[in-house]
Design a protein around this ligand. Sequence first.
Ligand SMILES: C[S@@+](CC[C@H](N)C(=O)[O-])C[C@H]1O[C@@H](n2cnc3c(N)ncnc32)[C@H](O)[C@@H]1O
Length: 253
Amino acid sequence: MNRASLDKRPDEVAAMFDGVAPKYDVVNDVLSMGQARRWRRIVVEAVGASRGQKVLDLAAGTGTSSEPYADAGVHVVACDFSLGMLRVGKRRRPDIDFVAGDATRLPFADNSFDAATISFGLRNVNEPAAALAEMFRVVKPGGRLVIAEFSTPVVPLWRTMYTEYLMRALPAIASKISSNPDSYVYLAESIRAWPDQDELAARIAAAGWQEVAYRNLSGGIVAVHRARKPGRDEAANAGAQDALRHRGTRAAF
Ligand SMILES: C[S@@+](CC[C@H](N)C(=O)[O-])C[C@H]1O[C@@H](n2cnc3c(N)ncnc32)[C@H](O)[C@@H]1O
């Protein structure tokens, strides 16, 4: 198994990440030209978890996205379905709670987390709507959702340059440093096929989340979406209203 196809069969996706796990973090740093660290800091700020709170880091991979929470005294649960990625993470950070689980059928109780976050994972899930619904189920009423994902650069010239990088330079660099260069062709193709900022905001709201907003990073190469689960006494249809409002709008935070 070299790479997953764009229909994202879960067994193929898990096997692909098992294969890249040992060098995953180093390759990330190189391919993002160091930007990944800044993007991660902004995600942690958006989650805004405090000591003692419980955060689900879904599709956590090797736990790089989970570490800042653990370092800040937050109880982070790092969940992923690639045992290869989880093993690398557990070896590096035995103190973090790594859990094997599928984003579309989470092994957690209803209303059990203060926040859920997913960094560079939702695009790889074969049913993103099911993952959004599952995160909604496990987050407490009033709790938060933060999603970091590759997105669509907003300025046309920047978008063209970035597309060239994705489709040509990135696979060429990956072929030199990754154990599985084909998986970086999948990365480029899956980014291009992924919905833009407004469309993702609409999908988040359609899963019931409210106050959906997003912030572009590096000119829109990455977008961080933030949302809140309605409190116990808030209208049940708030999410559906947000879904309508977000079509064609540019919410920001
Ligand atoms: C690009 S990595 C991101 C890892 C980490 N969040 C980070 O920021 O470095 C994507 C992860 O999504 C996981 N993944 C994809 N589909 C999944 C699913 N349905 N359930 C759980 N994990 C999934 C993969 O196994 C992989 O570890």
